[in-house]
Ligand binder design. Structure first.
Ligand code: GLU
Length: 422
């Protein structure tokens, strides 16, 4: 039975995003016209990016920028470099940004970009040329009041610096607010690099309160060790949690008594891998999702938890640092089992929230101290958690559906008030 369901399960991220949207639209009794508007990406740009490789040959990469919705403000969302990027994935990620920004109440729509490439097999010079040419190709549709990219999977503050410089050269003036997640020396914000994890930590503390659990002493498993996964690991450890399992894209680590996170971070930095650490057991990456633990933090890519493995997940609380890690089928199983799941559009919204603070600081050329940023983020995340929790209770549904009801209602209202042009 499980095998048959797993076989039939929808795994296309954009189809999943539409299912999630329509579930909320049903609760809100949205009419067909509004549904059509809200589930369609407003603009999709496909570009070919010719790059001179170090060996002298030219390779052409395909890139995308999708603006899903701009009813509440400019499009906002990261750029992903990954060999498995597809247009449908970018469309899904762009729509999740629309709902994420609405969930935390920041004045943005949703956008996302992606380039099909394998950054691990490219030199720094090749990545710089790829980034600058991609930025040039999407230049006509991005800008501080149009669409503001940021880092995502396998892009970072250096990537943002190259984009900011390229756009500034094209426009003839320094354009600080065209991207967020920049280096501090270029108008970046204090606290931005850790913001996704920090925002998740704030929602996780609230989730523990709701479930009558304590983060102190809780056994935590973290699937993914990029920016979000690595940062949350030391944050939950600092709150007294025992991190029993982690993984990067190649290997998982398990220790019942808890992994030394400072040592893991040092090892990963020095060797670029989690493999070969002493005093821990190596396990397959995806076993991290199903180890015995109290809290699971999926922090890698989409579709980590599907009908094929949901039955083996043991955590009582799940907070999604990744975008789209759980399929709708797995969602229903968790809801039936009383697993408390903090959905991606809430749990990982701290990143884009501090991106918003960065953009505001850039526009005013006035920069805030880190404490002010973290305190403002904490208030925003707690308020968003409470609104989602109350909405879920009011509609007698799970937290993901609660978040979507809240978000879709906000975007629908903005669309209704603006009206359809012309
Ligand atoms: N890529 C991040 C996300 O998925 C950050 C987006 C942003 O800061 O604009 O939320």
């Amino acid at each position: 039975m499980a095998t048959r369901e797993a076989f039939q399960e929808e795994l296309n991220p954009f189809e999943i995003a539409k299912q999630q949207f329509n579930r909320a639209a049903d609760y809100l009794n949205l009419d067909a016209s509004l549904r059509n508007v809200l589930q369609s990406p407003k603009r999709q740009l496909i570009v070919s990016i010719p790059v001179k490789m170090d060996g002298g040959d030219v390779q052409v990469f395909e890139g995308y920028r999708v603006q899903h919705n701009i009813a509440r403000g400019p499009a906002k969302g990261g750029i992903r470099y990954h060999p498995n990027v597809t247009l449908d994935e970018v469309k899904a990620l762009a729509s999740w940004m629309t709902w994420k920004c609405a969930t935390v109440g920041i004045p943005y729509g949703g956008g996302k970009g992606g380039v099909i490439c394998d950054p691990k097999r490219m030199s720094r010079d090749e990545l710089e040329r790829l980034t600058r040419r991609y930025a040039f190709e999407i230049a006509p549709i991005i800008g501080p009041d149009r669409d503001i990219p940021a880092p995502d999977v396998y892009t970072d503050e250096q990537t943002m610096a190259w984009i900011m410089d390229t756009i500034s050269m094209v426009r003839g003036h320094t354009e600080l607010g065209v991207v967020t997640g920049k280096p501090i020396s270029l108008g970046g914000s204090l606290g931005r690099s850790e913001a996704t994890a920090r925002g998740c930590l704030y929602t996780l503390r609230q989730a523990c309160r709701v479930m009558g659990m304590s983060l102190k002493g809780a056994r935590v498993a973290i699937h993914g060790f990029g920016n979000a996964g690595a940062n949350i690991s030391h944050m939950v450890a600092a709150d007294g949690a025992r991190v029993v399992a982690i993984c990067d894209s190649k290997v998982g680590l398990y220790s019942e008594s808890g992994i030394d996170i400072q040592e893991a971070l040092r090892h990963k930095k020095e060797t670029s891998s989690l493999g070969g650490m002493l005093g821990v057991k190596e396990i397959p990456c995806d076993e991290v999702l199903t180890v015995d633990c109290d809290i699971l933090l999926p922090s890698a890519l989409e579709n980590a938890i599907t009908m094929a493995n949901v039955g083996k997940v043991k955590a009582k609380i799940i907070a999604e640092l990744a975008n789209g890690p759980t399929t709708p089928g797995a969602d229903r199983v968790f809801a039936d089992q009383g697993v408390f799941l903090v959905p991606d559009i809430l749990a990982n919204a701290g990143g884009v929230t501090v991106s918003y603070y960065e953009w505001v600081q850039d526009q005013n050329s006035f920069f805030w101290p880190e404490k002010k940023i973290n305190d403002t983020l904490e208030l925003a995340m707690r308020a968003a958690f409470d609104s989602v929790y109350e909405t879920a209770k009011r509609y007698d549904t799970d937290m993901r559906t609660g978040a979507y009801i809240l978000a879709v209602d906000r975007v629908a209202e903005a669309t209704r008030v603006r009206g359809i042009f012309p």
